[in-house]
Design a protein around this ligand. Sequence first.
Ligand code: GTP
Ligand code: MG
Length: 138
Amino acid sequence: IERTLSIIKPDATKRNLTGKINAKFEEAGLRIAAQKRIKLSPEQAGKFYEVHKDRPFYGELVEFMASEPVVVQVLEGESAIAKNREVMGATNPADAAEGTIRKEFALSVGENSVHGSDAPETAAQEIAFFFSGLELVG
Ligand code: GTP
Ligand code: MG
């Protein structure tokens, strides 16, 4: 069984889409193993997205992620990392496949409704960034 870190981003929490997005995860066979709604400070958002710090959109991305509350969650299941990214769809909603979260809900390449870890190492790091061992049942 695999775990991945998912974030329902400000554009989606603002439009009250948490339940609809969670339904997509559950329909795809992913279990929501842990979940909380938090508001990131610009410093926390900047640290989370540090890998992108040299990209031209970094400032905009950090400001967006700290603009409204987000829902951070651990999704669990068989091949959870790949499965989650499949359900999310392409980064740019214009390229996202029919039925994916980003196709249905994302507003733009920046305000694209969800984040999902991209590999086992980043999943482990990102889960530890937001959740303590006590918050995760075995
Ligand atoms: P994440 O799951 O959020 O990491 O998305 P991703 O892996 O599909 O995309 P990537 O890691 O390349 O980029 C991280 C995030 O930066 C994206 O999800 C977008 O929110 C944002 N981003 C990427 N490209 C652009 C861009 O050209 N403009 C803006 N404003 N934001 C971007
Ligand atoms: Mg990414």
